[in-house]
Design a protein around this ligand. Sequence first.
Ligand code: RIB
Length: 286
Amino acid sequence: MTDVDVVVVGSLNLDLVVRSQRIPGAGETISGSEYAEYAGGKGLNQAVAAARSGASVAFVGNVGDDEAGERLRSIVRAEGIDDARLHTIDGMATGRALITVDDHGENSIVIVPGANGAPLHGDLPRGRVFLAQLETTVAGVRRAFEHARSIGATTVLNPAPAVDLPGELLGLCDVVVPNEHEVDLLGGRTALSGRVEHVVVTLGSAGADHVNDTRTAHIEAFPVTPVDTTGAGDAFCGALAGRIAAGDEMDAALRFAAAAGALATTQPGAVPSQPRLAEVQRLLSA
Ligand code: RIB
């Protein structure tokens, strides 16, 4: 069996997106200006980002037996991603995300996991890099990373949304990519870098920090005008996994990921905003 470049273990959501001037507070009702539905979910966004960066990708995850599940599966296929281990769970709904995007492109998100919360069963593919997030079960991610370790693959975890992580899972990670909030919940940079070889803290429009042993390298952000930041962190993670699988050194892979993340903020939607290889290369050489 040939190894794919990247195996993504993760979620798929139908994103129900409202645009409004600002994000409402508790108990408040405000009017929005637009409504749209996009393919999303951290797993699917990252798989598309990796595929569009040139990697061959296989997906491991679950959709429900509804129209949204069929829609998302057809997007997986259209992106050239292997859907042999994308299971349809009878009697369950496909994941949904309710998203509000404000005038500055910032968002707030509530997810309803649906089938993403069902166990990830079945055999696992071979791949060079395994990439996961935490919108599916921690047990499923752990099983996938144990398998990855047993075949000598590199493991990349985006610990989002933040949950209490068992130490055993962190011990199976080669690269962890939290944002500032998530790294605090995982005990801080110093504690985390004592357990994981590469800690990459994403800082939004301020770029990212790569903590490796005692050295911290800063990755500059690419200046862009954001319209919607949804899926930008996913673009970063998917592109990073794709470039690691391609054999890039970490510094080069992180610069590529930062460019992909920046470009994703310039388009609305999660999956639709994932940039293609040529666009990323153009920004890198600009
Ligand atoms: O990271 C962005 C994603 O978070 C959205 O696409 C939404 O589905 C939620 O999973």
